[in-house]
Write a new protein. Structure first.
Length: 113
């Protein structure tokens, strides 16, 4: 499955990618909002993994380009979520969405895919 990963932590991003690729997934790594915007605009992934801290830093750009609407039908694994997090703005929750708290390990994030 094609997976787009938004994570600003190089070490965690690399580890998640390696584990997903070992399971047969094809991963597009995004270090920040502009790479994420390019990845979502150029392909239709089967799953998206979003570090919510990185999402918040790029939220103005994402709102401007309606990124949440581009991933309407795509299940998302959200990690680093606060207790009250339910979903990103302007995007209804998908049945395949997974919300993981701040303390989630890489293995739990990968298992969410």
């Amino acid at each position: 499955m094609k997976v787009v990963l938004l994570d600003e932590s190089a070490k965690r991003r690399q580890t998640i990618t390696e584990k997903l690729e070992s399971r047969g997934h094809v991963v597009t790594e995004c270090r920040g909002s502009s790479e994420f915007l390019d990845a979502i605009s150029s392909q239709t992934p089967g799953k998206v993994i979003i570090d919510l801290d990185a999402w918040k830093r790029g939220s103005a750009m994402f709102r401007y380009f309606d990124i949440s609407k581009r991933i309407l039908g795509t299940p998302v694994v959200f990690f680093n979520a606060h207790e009250t997090f339910a979903n990103i703005a302007d995007r209804p929750r998908h049945d395949g969405d997974v919300i993981l708290p701040r303390s989630s390990s890489v293995d739990i994030i990968v298992d969410g895919v």
